[in-house]
Design a protein. Sequence first.
Length: 315
Amino acid sequence: MLPFRLTGQPDARMPLYLYGVGTQEEKGLHRPGGFPVYQLFLARDGGGQFNISGRGTIVMGTGQLFALEPGIAHEYIAHTRTGGELGFIGIGGESANSVLRATGIMCGKPCTLTGFDLIWSQMTELWKVLDQGGVSMWQMSTLIYQLILEIAQAIAPAGSVSSERQGNTGQLSVRTGSPARESSGSGSHVHGNSEAGLEGLNRAIVLMQAHYQDDLLFKHIAEAVGYSVQHLNRLFHQHYGVTGHQYMQRWRLQKGLDWLNEHPEASVKEAAENVGMEVNYFIRMFKREFGETPGKGIKLRNQLRLEQNLHPRHK
């Protein structure tokens, strides 16, 4: 699996940019506020169903791609016991909508990809390029546009898919040489400036709160905002009295508690998966944070609701 990786804040002049990329074992996703950018989902050896606000249910199967606009409330439920893998790519920029629609990717339904394994390998190459660093946001923009064109070709009608792939070997090509220097407003930070520090800290918090369900490591958040792990941890400790990892974990636990309150019939396992945590670790950390196990909390809340229904308050 490839942990979800975020890019830095893009230059305002960039019409198309990679927001993030990664893979995970198929599990449930619950995004009542939607996602901040366009999402491309890829189902490998598995699949599941999307429940989308205002659109109903959409089923995605093995070897298919599904694209979703930003800000659309949705949840994803994986097919049981498939052992599949879900890949996802986040794409932003003012031209994202027009490019994705012009290429036929935003068709409103899952699309079967010809040569799915090739597209999957190109997605993983994109992740590796991002993980290795040393590539400017502008170069990443070129790579994501290249991948979009490859995907568009893969979902084209069978008769129009060209067999001439011009020597493509499944790897995205990156031009070597010195990466273009980002402008001062595109993710570079002056650590000695308190306002710049707060800006980076606030962006880190926004990313944590937006991606608490994803397999997102704190070091990747630090990279996305342009800080070292040590410096970002110092900022969290200075302003919140905890490390960045502790802040992210507490946010996940709070969202897990919210989920259990909103879904009284849900299991602890479902709550753990919904916040991107392994169930035994979730139970242990939940008890440390709230003083009781999530299972005990479920029983107490259900008992309280039952008593309130049997003995309603009288004015």
